[in-house]
Design a protein around this ligand. Sequence first.
Ligand code: WQD
Length: 330
Amino acid sequence: MTWLITGGAGYIGAHVVRAMTEAGERAVVYDDLSTGIAERVPDDVPLVTGSTLDGALLSRVLADHQITGVVHLAAKKQVGESVERPLHYYRENVEGLRVLLEAVTAAGVASFVFSSSAAVYGMPDVDLVTEETPCLPMSPYGETKLAGEWLVRATGRATGLATASLRYFNVAGTASPELADVGVFNLVPMVFEKLTEGAAPRVFGDDYPTPDGTCVRDYIHVADLAEAHVTVARALQAAPGRELTLNIGRGEGVSVRDMITRINETTGHHRPPTIAPRRPGDPARVVASADRITTELGWKARHDVQDMITTAWEGWLHRHPEAAQGSPRG
Ligand code: WQD
């Protein structure tokens, strides 16, 4: 099998490339490098720079590299930005996917893995979110992921393409410092940034109906997430026409306050957080039931939250050596 990995120069995509090649699969990366970083792609993996809106280029790449499966991660992923630029998000995430699927089906590709998100669930009112929990996305970003799942599923049913939509919960950590997330859009890097500035981390709201009043999430190590892609890719390859929708989480809820306490202990900065107002649109609790992927495919996360924080901090120090505890801070 040769897998085309769109978005393979991104934070999650680069981990998927690494996991796939380490598992013995051939990979080709397709990335527009808008947020991806070419250096994340291993030297022996071809990198094609292009947009998923470019159907002609995609068709050429699928034929030239005799692609048999696609893992599609290339997308815009900032919830707040999607509220301000919905048309941009629909174009990149939905139209880009439609163009890609057209090329994929024309080329006779057999398997398609789609990067979806827990954002499809919106504000779930359940302890553990199963794949049957109703999807009520709260942002254009979440809408584009849900619409993407529909496109993928309908195409699979119409053409026999084996498909999987993977709903990622809160991704953190890194397999190696060079592959770390460089965006500062999520809790862990946002806390790191504050600590680096010598400022207090912020808790967005401590009056939620949760045990300590702060929001609860299900964090998943990016290396585990990448392994899940290998497991799913192989399951599709083994069962033409298969259709999967799977949560990728750990089933363990961790509060914002707990995360900040652990980050303080790990980094040695020990700055008590300040309480800021709630961030609009934040659900109190989003925790996966990861039973389906375990039961159906035997996959289970191996890394815990401490592994995520430790490796994310190593990645942060790689780019921000001044953040090391005891060194002068600005
Ligand atoms: C986690 C919790 C914040 C920063 C988003 C998307 C989701 C997925 C992952 C892509 C929340 C709180 C944060 C800070 C804080 N993305 N927080 N202080 O919002 O759960 O999920 O990213 O697929 O779709 O919605 O992740 O890391 O932004 O926030 O208190 O400085 O941390 O309010 O409760 P979120 P997050």
